[in-house]
Write a protein that binds this ligand. Structure first.
Ligand SMILES: Cc1cc2nc3c(=O)[nH]c(=O)nc-3n(C[C@H](O)[C@H](O)[C@H](O)COP(=O)(O)O)c2cc1C
Length: 219
């Protein structure tokens, strides 16, 4: 049975939501997990975990970051050099990527401090992470405040170079999905009836069925 939730359920009164909207946790829609890399003004590498993002295809391949803080290093360094790389980690290096949250000082070389390897990009003025199976070299295009006077912006960047491990684009080898492929952020799912909230999970994706296989399944 479907239930409607127009306002915050009463069981959430007084619960710490860490700045997130309750609807984020009730829906808990998975989103891709990436590390965005750039150079800070002092030339040190910056690495920022990002998960609220999607891609647009019709007029070129663009990434739309839905929720970028104006007060983080990602924002200032990308505004400065108009360049960034979107790096896709697999689960085996996720903890290293996550450590960039703590090695986040202006003086930190964040890729090196995470135990990862910075490589120069071919077409943009931003470093990429060697250990990530996919790197998208991008140019800054535009931004817009999410709502007027918000400290967060929606940012659009254009993908101008794709660097991908052949084992991953060959679906007969490792492929892009399953336990070694793309990661998703499953952000602390919440039961709106009793306030029970799970931890955040790292998700992977399983191929379920092709369109034709689905038509032939008997539901
Ligand atoms: C899984 C995960 C996803 C995140 N996604 C975002 C995001 O989409 N937007 C954002 O502003 N911060 C996001 N963050 C928080 C930033 O990564 C974090 O604040 C970081 O330290 C900012 O680094 P910076 O100052 O180098 O930009 C995320 C953190 C994690 C762990």
């Amino acid at each position: 049975m479907k239930k409607e939730f127009k306002t915050a359920p009463s069981c959430l009164e007084g619960k710490e939501m860490y700045g997130f909207d309750w609807k984020e946790h009730v829906t808990a829609i998975p989103s891709p997990l990436v590390v965005v890399t750039s150079y800070k003004e002092n030339g040190k590498t910056n690495a920022t975990m990002q998960s609220w993002l999607t891609f647009s295809n019709s007029d070129g391949f663009y990434c739309i970051f839905a929720d970028v803080s104006k007060y983080g290093h990602l924002y200032s360094s990308v505004k400065n050099r108009k360049s960034l790389v979107i790096n896709f980690p697999s689960a085996d290096i996720y903890l290293k990527c996550y450590s960039t949250i703590h090695n986040n000082k202006y003086e930190d070389d964040e890729i090196e401090a995470a135990g990862l390897t910075a490589e120069k990009s071919a077409l943009v003025d931003a470093p990429k992470i060697k250990e990530c199976f996919l790197n998208l070299e991008c140019e800054y295009v535009w931004e817009k405040e999410l709502v007027p006077d918000s400290y967060r912006v929606v940012m659009c960047v254009k993908v101008i170079n794709v660097v991908m491990d052949e084992e991953y684009y060959n679906e007969k080898k490792k492929g892009r999905y399953g336990d070694t492929g793309y990661l998703y952020n499953i952000h602390s799912p919440l039961n709106p009836e009793n306030g029970e909230r799970e931890n955040t999970y790292i998700g992977t994706l399983k191929k379920y069925a092709t369109y034709d296989e689905l038509k032939n399944k008997n539901f």
